[in-house]
Design a protein around this ligand. Structure first.
Ligand SMILES: [Zn+2]
Length: 155
């Protein structure tokens, strides 16, 4: 069974009036354009696959209902319903929104890892490991800098 979130069922995670960008659109910018619109630390994660220091993201403690969207292009990547406390120091999820991510194999370390990125803009998000909780057994280990949280109930 597929435990990815059906993109047609995001209504309960969306604030009133919020519109999501078209997930099938593709955003292409050159490095200079990205560097102009992103803060330097966010640029290094999204466009150069840097990894932020563990425990540094305030999104580790984010427990409200809502959506985690790409910090580069605003595409919805994860819902709060799939977030869990992994103890890793990075925001962690057990399943993405269906069709939101693309993957590749990263050979930066001795053991190859599966890198994943926003399918809409290609921005690097994190790595997926097979030590996550039920129902998927997957751990999407995400850089907080690569995400923006949109609460379903704005204060
Ligand atoms: Zn994106």
């Amino acid at each position: 069974m597929n435990h990815e979130t059906d993109p047609r069922e995001l209504g309960e995670f969306l604030p009133p009036g919020e519109e999501l960008p078209d997930p099938d659109e593709r955003i292409e910018r050159n490095p200079q354009e990205w560097a102009r619109i992103l803060p330097p630390d966010t640029y290094r994660v999204l466009r150069e696959e840097a990894t932020e220091r563990p425990g540094s993201s305030e999104l580790n403690h984010e427990k409200r209902r809502g959506l985690f969207v790409c910090a580069g292009c605003g595409a919805a990547l994860f819902t709060s319903a799939t977030k869990y406390e992994s103890g890793s120091g990075w925001p962690s999820f057990y399943a993405p929104i269906e069709g939101a991510l693309g993957t590749s194999t990263d050979h930066k370390l001795m053991v190859p890892r599966t890198e994943y990125h926003c399918r809409r803009c290609g921005g690097h998000q994190g790595h997926v490991f097979d030590d996550g909780p039920a129902p998927t057994g997957l751990r999407f280990c995400n850089n907080g800098l690569a995400l923006r949280f949109v609460p379903a109930d704005p204060e």
